[in-house]
Write a protein that binds this ligand. Structure first.
Ligand code: C2E
Ligand code: CA
Ligand code: CA
Ligand code: CA
Length: 278
């Protein structure tokens, strides 16, 4: 830290340095882990409502750091800041396509996979190339690929992002709006962007069906989605009552701990092999 003769300021500078050093170390660790196959992809089933079939799964990244599993909340923001989300995203995409194509073949079912995409991946403008590469490497048909984008990611560069999404959709991919309702923008963007699916955020599902306010919001969201002809996935579903309620409102599919937590690929594979109907 600089010697500026003012105790308070120097302390602040040292704290900043320590933070910067910590981040730099984490960045290096993450880079090394990516090279060493310590970035894992977990899968959470998406279940059709109400018949309980597995329609597909969402890919969720994990970092296996010194044997410990780190959740995306604890490294994706850093990976976004330093640009590492681009190669990590490519890895997750390829791995997801590869495993899904394998499971489609082994089960004979038309399974879909949903992959999360950060704003930063749109900025780097090679998202389309990454998708083309992943599909040609793995043989997954693009109709089996869904991309999940959050509202805040869309809003970082609306015009450019819209172009990329339109291209991907023309190629045959499905676009899902993730964490719907948690952003602060107007609803007009629902018609501005090419969106096929709304994913209702867990925060709206949590209170249902006991809390009347939560129910009212869910009802309004489902009615709006149906009016706009969007399919609806509810996430964070943890109880049978929630499943019943969401079904009564017309939700198309459901994801949550009630059916399954995100699973390592071998476990997802065995679940599919058993042809489980929830
Ligand atoms: P998300 O896309 O909203 O994913 C849903 C999160 O909710 C996941 O957390 C999932 O494990 C969790 N979840 C699912 N069902 C339930 C439930 O019934 N109860 C509860 N309490 N939680 C449930 P996870 O895996 O920790 O991921 C957190 C976030 O990290 C994701 O939120 C997503 O925004 C981001 N993320 C995950 N994988 C990737 C990735 O490959 N790329 C990018 N860019 N972001 C990712
Ligand atoms: Ca998601
Ligand atoms: Ca989500
Ligand atoms: Ca969420």
């Amino acid at each position: 830290a600089k010697q500026d003769g003012r105790g308070k300021h120097r302390f602040f500078t040292e704290t900043m340095d320590a933070e910067a050093v910590k981040r730099l170390k984490m960045e290096n660790d993450l880079r090394r882990s990516l090279a060493n196959n310590e970035i894992l992809v977990y899968f959470q089933p998406k279940v059709s409502c109400p018949d309980g079939h597995i329609l597909g799964m969402e890919a969720l990244v994990r970092w296996q750091k010194n044997g410990k599993l780190i959740s995306p909340a604890d490294f994706v923001p850093l990976a976004e800041d330093v640009g590492l989300i681009v190669p990590i995203g490519r890895y997750v995409l390829t791995k997801s396509c590869q495993l899904t194509e394998k499971w489609r073949k082994s089960t004979g079912q038309n399974l879909k996979v949903a992959v999360n995409v950060s704003a930063r991946q749109f900025k780097d403008d090679d998202l389309i190339q990454a998708v083309e590469d992943a599909l040609s490497e793995t043989g997954l048909p693009i109709s089996a690929l869904e991309l999940e984008v959050t509202e805040s990611a869309l809003m970082q560069n609306p015009e450019a992002t819209k172009k990329v999404l339109e291209e991907l959709r023309k190629m045959g991919a499905t676009i899902a709006l993730d964490d719907f309702g948690t952003g602060y923008s107007s609803l007009s963007y629902l018609r501005f962007f090419p969106i096929d699916v709304l994913k209702i955020d867990k925060s709206f599902v949590d209170g249902a069906p006991a809390d009347q306010d939560a129910n009212m919001l869910l009802r309004a969201i489902l009615a709006m989605a149906q009016g706009l002809k969007l399919r609806v996935v509810a996430e964070g579903v943890e109880s049978a009552d929630q499943v019943r309620f969401l079904h009564s409102l017309g939700a198309n599919s459901i994801q949550g701990y009630y059916f399954s937590r995100p699973l390592p690929d071998q476990e997802m594979g065995s679940l599919l092999a058993k042809k489980v109907v929830f």
